[in-house]
Design a protein around this ligand. Structure first.
Ligand code: SF4
Length: 333
């Protein structure tokens, strides 16, 4: 049984959206539901055997999903905001900023109309502030091209600034309840271990994931498999004895041999001492007001390295996060 951890925050639950077809289900033969579900051992393989049991295992997780507030809504803009925030930040750290952000910017129009600096200020606590600039740019594009609505089409979503394949599919699955597969590091790990028992290229995993989504259950399926990867089939210590896929997992059945099929997942460079750390310090300081010329090095935490501080400030300027005024002071855009 998964552990359910209550989290603060609640939102109104709007009605779900439309469900256009985006063309999934290319790989497995997945239509049958009496396919050896109760057979012992690893009953799922790429030929399609055991799909029903595998699906039941994932869908059963819906009962124990963590009550994250964005799971209580199907409103497309708040869902999109949550997915952008979750890209590089843990769910527990996203809850508070997400509640505040969607209260301040309840739709793409309000976000697009706000100064970049206001959106960056509302991003406090999340890091990777460039995401805020991109989200505002996406909001502006939605105002321009889609009458201030979040599009329900994969190609339209991918055409928005800063919206990649993962986020586009997450919006389709979690806002519009389409039967598309959301594939992040967690899902890649679960499928590589359980279905394939080997490493696979991203394209193969995406096609496999699309094929596994049970028709009409895209929301529950994606939430379940993401939860499994985040809480049970973890990178370093998978808890197979608590996993609903235990009897259907190729890697587990083989005795979890080396190499782990999920090995090779990129590991993030250390944060301490990185440009990213100094950049984060600068943005945090800029949230309180402009930084006068000559104060950047101290604000970045590198009092003895003004050149490095200037270089990182240049990155903020290039990314549209900050601007320089006529006195040389740096401030949020
Ligand atoms: S049985 Fe173990 S390795 Fe296989 S999917 Fe479950 S947690 Fe991951």
């Amino acid at each position: 049984m998964l552990v359910s951890a209550p989290l603060a925050g609640s939102v109104r639950v709007p009605a779900g959206g439309s469900r256009p077809d985006v063309g999934a289900h290319q790989v497995l033969s997945v239509s049958g539901e009496s396919d050896g579900a109760d057979a012992p051992g690893p009953v799922l393989d790429p030929a399609g055997r055991g799909v029903a049991a595998f699906r039941r295992g994932i869908l059963g997780l819906q009962a124990v999903l963590r009550p994250l507030p964005w799971r209580q809504t199907r409103a497309p803009w708040p869902v999109m905001v949550s997915e952008v925030m979750l890209q590089q930040t843990q769910a527990s750290r996203v809850v508070g900023p997400w509640v505040d952000f969607v209260a301040q910017f309840p739709d793409p129009g309000t976000c697009a109309a706000a100064p970049t600096g206001a959106v960056v200020r509302a991003w406090a606590g999340l890091g990777y502030n460039r995401r805020a600039v991109r989200l505002r740019a996406a909001a502006a594009a939605m105002v321009e091209r889609h009458a201030s609505q979040v599009p329900a089409d994969l190609h339209d979503l991918l055409a928005l600034p800063g919206i990649g394949p993962y986020t586009a599919r997450a919006v389709l699955a979690f806002a519009y309840e389409q039967d598309v597969a959301v594939v992040d590091t967690n899902v890649r790990r679960v499928l590589s271990r359980s279905v394939l028992g080997r490493r696979a290229a991203p394209g193969e995993l995406q096609a496999l994931a699309d094929a596994l989504v049970p028709p009409g259950r895209g929301w529950a399926w994606n939430q379940g498999i993401l939860e499994l990867g985040a809480t049970v089939c973890t990178s370093r210590a998978p808890r197979c004895e608590r996993c609903p896929l235990e009897r259907h997992c190729q890697w587990r059945a083989a005795g979890r041999p080396d190499p782990d099929p999920a090995a090779g997942t990129p590991v993030q460079a250390p944060f301490d001492g990185s440009d990213r750390q100094g950049r984060g310090r600068l943005v945090q300081r800029l949230r309180a007001g402009p930084l006068a010329a000559g104060t950047l090095a101290a604000a970045a935490g590198w009092p003895d390295d003004p050149e490095r501080a200037e270089r990182v400030a240049g990155m903020l300027l290039a990314d549209g996060l900050a601007v320089r005024d006529s006195s040389g002071a740096l401030r949020l855009a």
